[in-house]
Design a binder for this molecule. Structure first.
Ligand code: NI
Length: 210
């Protein structure tokens, strides 16, 4: 299960995300003039989201932000045991990427999709390897120590928390739901519309990747 976790200490992050999301929604308004759209800045341009990381990938090696220099990145945070939201979001976003790849193969080659777990306790490299391969052949799954994941989640404004459910052997994780598009220098560009159709996701990708 996914969702925003609201409490006092996290109001700041929620307010910030809302401030970021509202301009994005208005930019998606179909009545927006196309001449304006051509000149539009990416919705997340200048936002303080992202930063360096060095995490363990699904093959057991290390993947750092510096390894991705020159590549656009689609980044989704979730966990492989998520019963509903993560797999659906990830499937839609990867279908959008596949569509962009078919339409503009040269463009899409510049994009590296990443799945970062917020449940490193269960999502080790082997678990992630099986999981990511179900969504896209180039999707990289990233895990790390609890501290490494906490650090990267903070930088990318992702909140998460374990939810113990009585009578269930497996716990759930509450977590923020964002599909980010970052630029080749690790700068935030846009939030991908994970609830949209593959067409809508592909066109948002194609709009900001050049
Ligand atoms: Ni989830």
């Amino acid at each position: 299960m996914s969702g925003f976790i609201m409490n006092k200490s996290q109001n700041f992050f929620s307010a910030l995300l809302i401030a970021l999301i509202i301009p994005l929604l208005s930019a998606c308004n179909p009545s927006t003039d196309s001449a304006f759209e051509d000149n539009a800045e990416p919705p997340l341009a200048g936002a303080k989201i992202g930063g360096s990381f060095s995490l363990t990938n699904q093959d057991g090696g290390k993947t750092s932000d510096s390894d991705l220099k020159g590549q656009y990145r689609i980044i989704y945070f979730g966990y492989s045991y998520c019963p509903d939201v993560c797999p659906v979001d990830l499937q839609r976003v990867m279908q959008g990427l596949v569509k962009a790849e078919k339409e503009e193969p040269e463009l899409a080659k510049k994009i590296q999709p990443l799945f970062v777990t917020i449940d490193p306790e269960r999502d080790g490299p082997e678990q992630l390897k099986q999981y990511v391969s179900a969504f896209h052949p180039r999707l990289i799954g990233l895990t790390g120590t609890a501290d490494e994941i906490a650090d990267v989640a903070k930088k990318y404004l992702i909140l998460y928390d374990k939810r113990e459910t009585e009578g269930m052997s497996e716990y759930l994780m509450d977590h923020s739901r964002q599909a980010y598009l970052f630029g080749p220098n690790g700068e935030p560009l846009a939030l991908l519309p994970y609830e949209g159709t593959p067409d809508e996701i592909a066109s948002e990708i194609q709009r900001w990747v050049s």
